[in-house]
Design a protein around this ligand. Sequence first.
Ligand code: COA
Length: 138
Amino acid sequence: MSAEEYFNLYKKCVDIDSIQFSLEDFKRFQKSKNIKIEKEKYCIAILGLTDHEVEIYFIGVAESLRGRGLGKKLLKNIISFSKYYGADFISLEVGINNIPAKNMYLSFNFIEYGIRKNYYRNSSDGREDAIIMKLNLN
Ligand SMILES: CC(C)(COP(=O)(O)OP(=O)(O)OC[C@H]1O[C@@H](n2cnc3c(N)ncnc32)[C@H](O)[C@@H]1OP(=O)(O)O)[C@@H](O)C(=O)NCCC(=O)NCCS
């Protein structure tokens, strides 16, 4: 799949006010051995790989298809991949008000590990705290 195709899928799956990555980023991701993109037809995740950790930079499902189990299925695949990769844990940051994502992670036994104050800029030009979440794989 080309960087353009990944980027188009990403644009379908991200909320417009939280777009974080550009086409240039996807071109870079494709060349990087530290980035893995997991995708299904209507959802995509961007993973950062280090020695002992997989970090979920983004996971999203096309807006019209949310709430039908696709996010859960993709996260299950990410957890399987992370175990296969040999990671000790999976980490991520999620907006404190992003209840669907937070609930999804909690349902997979991620724990709240810390807070990053004013981490995200939101659409109303305010700032939103992020919760750091981790899933121990050992
Ligand atoms: C977060 C996201 C990926 C979840 O994907 P989804 O396909 O809608 O989720 P699923 O249908 O697989 O549901 C998984 C779990 O999420 C939670 N959840 C999903 N939608 C929810 C909602 N509207 N309200 C509360 N919890 C919700 C539930 O815990 C659900 O499990 P359950 O059905 O057993 O109760 C999706 O909402 C999304 O793409 N959001 C925009 C992008 C984003 O914010 N990504 C997170 C960045 S860290």
